[in-house]
Ligand binder design. Sequence first.
Ligand code: C5P
Length: 234
Amino acid sequence: MKTSPIIIALDCDSAAEAKAIVKATVDTVSYYKVGLELYAVAGPKFVTDLVAKGKKVFLDLKLHDIGETVKRATAQIATMGVSLLTVHAEPQVMRAAVAGKGKSKLKILGVTVLTSLDQTDLHAMGYTQALNALFELRVRNAARAGVDGVVCSPLEVAKVRALLGAGKLIVTPGVRSAGAAKGDQKRVATPGDAIVAGSDLLVIGRQVTRAEDPNAEVKRILSEIRAAKRRTTS
Ligand code: C5P
C-alpha cells in the first residue's frame, strides 16, 4: 500500500462525511487530498487527526499572496505533518513557499494555469501570450523556483516531464477509468495511461468516493494501473 500512487480527493462539506470516506478506504488508501471546502469547514484539526492516524495529506489550498504571507503560512502548514501543499506557480509565491517549508518534509507543488481558464479569460486578465506558452513558462518557472513538482492534466504529463526533468513530482487530477462517469471533467485520461505517461500521483475523487464500494473501486484502479505497466514493459 505504501507505494500506491492514488490520492483520494475528500471533496466534502463536513468532517463526518470525509471521515466516512477515509474509513471506507482504510485497506487500500494512505493518501488523501484536503481542499478549500473541507479545510474551511473542518480546519487544521481534521488534517492533524488524519496525519496522526498515519495517513498522508495533500493540502490543496493553492496559496497566492505576498511572499511574506505565503512563507509564514507555509511554515505553519509544515508543522502539521502535511506531505504536499499547492501554491500558484508564480515565481515570488513559489520561492516564498520553498523558504517557508524550511527543512521540513513538506513538498510544494506549483499550480500552473487553472483548468477553468481559457484563452478568453487570460486576455481579460491582461495576458497576451497563448495559454500553452503561459503554461510552459510557468512549468519552467516552477523548476527554477525549486518547488518539488507541479499539478497538471494527465494529457500534459509527457510535456511537463520534459520541461521539469526527472526527480520532480507530477500530480494529476482529471483521471478516470474507461467507462467511469466523467462528471464535469472534460480532458481525462485513464489511471493506467497517466502513470505510464510519467505521472507520480493520481488525484481521484468521485470515481471512488461515489462508488458503491470505494475500497473495491480502488483495488480495481490499482489492478488497471498494474496491467497498463505490464503492457508497456512486455
Ligand atoms: O471527482 P474528481 O476525480 O473529478 O476530483 C478531482 C479532484 O481534483 C477535485 O478535488 C478537483 O478539485 C481537483 N482538480 C481537478 N482538476 C484540476 C485541478 C484540481 O479536478 N485541474
